[in-house]
Design a protein around this ligand. Structure first.
Ligand SMILES: Cc1ncc(COP(=O)(O)O)c(C=O)c1O
Length: 369
């Protein structure tokens, strides 16, 4: 066998996959570990979503509704959006792929801040495009540099608000100014995976821009974070109707499954769960900021459900030492930020365990220095 992928595929560094918790525990001889590495909802899925899944299970012999009619109608009604401009995806990840597939040709450019969500770059590479990464400036998205870097070949621009991994936000004035500098032919993707956790009133809501002048704005939302449904893989995009028409041309007919559609529909109605998630996240972040300050470390104030901590050594070392003690966090080395770790807010007891373990690890590192 001599499989041979084209150069643009062979040269890709694959997305770093996490191992299942059970495997890590076996490998490290530990049990009862906690995971604060993937910005998930620590509470669990909404009870209403679980009920809806149980009811939908009985119809698994049927294909799902390929148009996602009921969920799209609910989203349209709840947020006052045009029904035909809403598209469901197998996680918002799939919508990232659909936008690139629909609008980027071979050799075209797609722009994104660096670091930002790793998938943008990866998908562009899969499809033979050229990712153009614009470094952050002081941990914030450098919108001026991005606007300056637009060329004839730029087809899509990704912005994440709040940004992953920094948790910082783009303010309304800066966003408006940026939009005014971007040619109308470009598709601007505003990935709002973490917007439900934002508390900065100056942050623009992407929904307000969908029918605006200037470039087409595609807003991406996910049920994986505040709605607690990461395992089901369901997200959506809200966009101008003609843009949805292009994405529909490159979408698999049954791209989201029936359990995911039913659960998301129920989760949208569960305001109690949504409010609890946000309160727990905000309280958790406040507690963690205070404790990190007591440890004498710097951190980045975040509008998402996670935040960055600057560590006094290579972050991989902290990651390994935490893992050995059963606390799974994210080293930012793969994002090119060697001295940062990222954690999401967990349950109160998980946050406390993080702090205890982190103090031990820092003491160990100091001792060995
Ligand atoms: C910025 C950003 N966008 C999108 C996603 C993916 O969300 P989904 O689970 O809906 O595919 C993530 C997941 O971590 C993310 O950080």
């Amino acid at each position: 066998m001599k499989p041979c992928a084209p150069d643009h595929i062979a040269s890709i560094t694959p997305y770093p996959p996490g191992k299942p918790i059970e495997e890590l525990e076996r490998e490290y001889g530990i049990s009862g570990s906690i995971k604060l590495a993937s910005n998930e909802n620590p509470i669990g899925p909404s009870p209403r979503a679980i009920e809806a899944i149980q009811a939908a299970v009985r119809k698994l012999n049927r294909y799902p509704d390929g148009s996602g009619f009921y969920l799209r109608r609910k989203i349209a009604d709840k947020f006052g959006l045009p029904f035909d401009g809403i598209l469901l995806g197998n996680g918002s990840n799939e919508l990232i792929e659909l936008v690139i597939r629909a609008f980027m040709g071979p050799g075209d450019e797609v722009m994104m801040p660096a670091p930002s969500f790793l998938l943008y770059r990866l998908v562009v590479q899969w499809m033979g495009g050229r990712p153009v990464s614009i470094p952050l400036k002081g941990l914030k998205v450098d919108l001026d540099a991005m606007a300056d870097a637009v060329t004839e070949r730029t087809k899509v621009i990704f912005l994440t608000n709040p940004n992953n991994p920094t948790g910082t936000v783009i303010g309304r004035r800066d966003f408006d100014l940026f939009l005014s500098r971007i040619p109308e032919r470009i598709v601007l993707v505003l990935d709002e995976a973490y917007i439900d956790f934002n508390r900065d009133p100056d942050t623009p809501s992407g929904f307000e821009y969908i029918d605006g002048a200037g470039p087409a704005v595609v807003v991406l939302k996910t049920f994986s974070k505040a709605y607690g449904l990461a395992g089901l893989r369901i997200g959506y995009g809200a966009m101008p109707v003609p843009v949805a028409g292009f994405l529909n041309r490159v979408r698999q007919p049954f791209n989201t499954n029936s359990l995911a559609q039913a659960a998301a529909l129920a989760a949208l109605d569960d305001e109690e769960f949504f409010d609890l998630t946000r309160k727990m996240t905000w309280d958790g972040l406040q507690y963690l900021y205070g404790e990190v300050e007591k440890l004498g470390l710097k951190y980045v104030v975040s509008q998402a459900n996670f935040f960055l901590i600057e560590v006094p050594c290579e972050s991989k070392r902290v990651f390994e030492a935490m893992l050995r003690r059963g606390v799974i966090i994210r080293s930012m080395a793969s994002y090119g930020m060697d001295n940062f770790i990222r954690i999401n807010a967990g349950l109160p007891e998980e946050n406390e365990r993080f702090v205890r373990t982190f103090s031990e690890v820092l003491a160990e590192i100091k001792q060995s220095a």
